[in-house]
Design a protein around this ligand. Sequence first.
Ligand code: NAD
Length: 355
Amino acid sequence: MYINSTSDNSVDEGSAVRTTVAVFSAQKYVLDFLHEPIIKNFPGSTFFEARLDVNTAPLAAGHQVVCCFSKDNLSREVVDKLASAGVKFVAMRCAVFHNVDLRACQEAGIAVARVPNYSPSSVAEHAVAMLLCLNRNLHLANIRMHTGDYTLSGLVGYEMRSKTIGVIGTGAVGTVACRIFRGFGCKVLAYDICESDAVKALGVEYVVKEQLLRSADIITLHCPSLPSTRHIINKSSIAIMKTGAIIVNVSRGSLVETDAAIQAIESGQLGGLALDVYEHEGALFSRNWTALSPTERFKSWDREFQRLKSHPNILITPSLSFLTEEALTNIAAETVNNIREFSAGRSLTHQVQSD
Ligand code: NAD
């Protein structure tokens, strides 16, 4: 599917008129928030529902800019095709750029920019929403309502105000999470390689990681994917947690050793697992699998994912903590701003470059 633009002369920057954008992975929700600002600023732009990959890259021909998301493929092979198509700028409409071969872009003369911050509240509130859903068994109660089972056994939850929350990573998102949990009346412990005075002012206590793991009833992860954070939740760290602890991960799949977490759910060591991200989500998320039969899906999905989906105290959402009107509006504005900077030949505020 592609949607071509109509022309609109309400652009206040002459050079922007000449810039057109090929927007990939343009599903309906993307069109809803991005179509109007892109077309208004860059008439002649085109929206493709397809992901960017080696087969779809030639669609960018005639456009100087491609606008992509975290699930698009910007490997060297794709970047070379984009360069052959005349692309000079990649506008990532997300914070991450793990899917972009920055060195290949640099060698091809293609600049790259991203949207580093769009709404910490959107992400933090999703973590809290997942936690409350899991803790109060809302997902199970909703299924019972639809099936006519209005009994209560098995749905007992607990109050937040008496609990200890462990927040790992107290940057933009973690700080909002701390504020929300303090609002519930929780005791909040935090661990970060950089301590924040603003977080301490909320009444949060920084502790070493082991103390947090041992003391928290609920652990929520808000640190980036780095070699130092890979499997920060693993077999050993789970072993020292309180029995029945809940883990919430809306940050990056690599933070949790999935197999260890599932085993801990199965043994009862963990009481719940709320995941908006998954280690091997790349091949799974942002796709519609409903046309496949259960058997076909079983063959297509990895075994860990099957196991994750089989436990009632594991809640999974498909990487949508950014999916609020506010965050999408901010993403659209910043994406347009990044493209306008490129178009006007200005220095790029949010450029990302290879080391
Ligand atoms: P941020 O950069 O503001 O904060 C990250 C924090 O992690 C920093 O305070 C940093 O010091 C800390 N940190 C780094 N290494 C650490 C380590 N080894 N141990 C403990 N703490 C460490 O980032 P943010 O905007 O708060 O976002 C947090 C994470 O949320 C992002 O890195 C991203 O992975 C994730 N995120 C997910 C979504 C989604 O849709 N699921 C959306 C936005 C962000």
